[in-house]
Design a protein around this ligand. Structure first.
Ligand SMILES: [Ca+2]
Ligand SMILES: [Ca+2]
Length: 389
């Protein structure tokens, strides 16, 4: 999901207690069935990488925190170790989210390579066994987030999160789901460490290979989802839909590699952009192998900056920066209606509470953004959960 470039901070959002409060506001008394979701159920709150507004992301501690805050779904990215174990990390490059750089015993493994065509230098999970990775500490990936927990928590395997969720489901009596993403599937296949068959085996072993099981499987690469389905995976599948950014002068989404199209399309010479997925034809194709879409939220409601008479962007709030806090909401697109018409769930990403990411109409209050999207009928939201205290 939301990859490095858009990983702005912060602190965030709302889990289910907050959700019920918000829905109460949205529905004038909590009549959840009035929300125009696909199946009439209340939208799900997906804790993006765990309680990543509080603790280093994708650690057991971050998932425990998210569950304690009330999230009903915990999200994770899956990458492979050298010995083929699926671990929860957003980036194959361990320099981004671990303290590997401070481990002299691994200094010689630093190298330069490419991930989805993007040159990177660092330490890569495919060069480390699980046992070696277990000696590393997780660190916050965003300087605006708490740093005091850096190095304290270990990297976890997907199996360990499955075990956690099952245990917490039993002790709380709540239904808690997981939402794993096959991360960089083509990259892993090229390395001889394909993710999909291992993932299917873990899901089967968990007894979760059905549409009704507490699991959603997501990917940006259609080929990964199609492979999973063809190999017998019967869980809910969600096609992620990315873009690079918004051109604040026009409100149009921009498409710059590697956020222009799924990497398997790039490799196949298919030059369509991610935006092809949100057309009626694109949605119909997705419906042949998936149950829903996870679009960047700007596909549903985009924003446009304020221009002066000379056509220059204006710093409306006078903070010296021109960003989304100086921009206004545009009319919703037809994507939600089109996707629901196609029978697809819609789970947009990523909701965050920093004021610089909130359009003017939200008045620096992230609750207003949730209310707006809930009213439109989204079936869930990816959030970096943090209660608004
Ligand atoms: Ca993700
Ligand atoms: Ca400003």
């Amino acid at each position: 999901m939301p990859r490095g470039r858009r990983r702005f901070s912060l602190q965030l959002t709302v889990a289910s207690l907050g959700l019920s409060i918000l829905l109460g506001i949205a529905c004038g008394g909590g009549e959840l069935s009035r929300l125009p979701t696909l199946d009439g159920r209340a939208p799900i709150v997906v804790a993006h990488r765990g309680a990543s507004g509080y603790l280093p992301e994708e650690t057991l501690e971050a998932y425990v925190k998210a569950i304690e805050l009330g999230a009903e779904v915990v999200e994770m990215d899956l990458i492979s170790t050298q010995d083929g174990v699926l671990i929860c990390r957003h980036d194959p490059n361990l320099a981004i989210s671990t303290d590997v750089a401070s481990h002299p015993e691994f200094a010689s493994r630093r190298k330069s390579t490419q991930v989805d065509g993007e040159p990177q230098t660092g330490w890569f999970a495919s060069d480390f066994t699980l046992a070696e990775i277990k000696t590393l500490g997780a660190i916050a990936t965003d300087a605006e987030r708490p740093q005091q927990y850096n190095g304290l928590f270990r990297i976890v395997t997907f199996q360990e999160v499955i075990d956690l969720v099952k245990a917490r489901t039993a002790t709380t009596g709540r239904r808690i789901s997981v939402y794993p993403e096959t991360k960089n599937p083509t990259y892993h296949r090229d390395l001889g460490l394909p993710l999909e068959d291992t993932l299917i085996a873990l899901i089967r072993a968990a007894g979760w290979n059905s549409r009704s099981a507490p699991i959603y499987v997501q990917s940006f690469e259609p080929g990964s989802l199609k492979y999973l389905r063809a190999k017998g995976l019967d869980t809910k599948l969600i096609q992620l839909i990315d873009a690079d950014d918004v051109d604040l002068r026009t409100g149009a989404l921009t498409f710059v590699a590697p956020y222009d199209r799924p990497y398997d399309w790039t490799r196949a010479g298919d030059n369509r952009l991610f935006s092809a997925m949100v057309t009626p034809a694109g949605l119909a194709e997705i419906k042949t192998y998936a149950d829903g879409i996870g679009p960047w939220k700007r596909y549903i409601v985009t924003v446009k900056g304020t221009l002066d008479a000379g056509g220059h962007l204006v710093d409306v709030n006078g903070d010296g920066l021109v960003n989304e806090a100086d921009a206004t909401l545009q009319s919703p697109t037809s994507l939600l209606a089109d996707a629901h018409q196609a029978g697809l769930y819609v789970h947009p990403y990523t909701f965050r509470n920093e004021s610089r990411r909130l359009a003017r109409e939200y008045q620096a209050d992230p609750k207003n953004e949730y209310l707006a999207f809930y009213a439109l009928g989204v079936d869930g939201v990816f959030t970096d959960p943090k209660f608004l205290l």
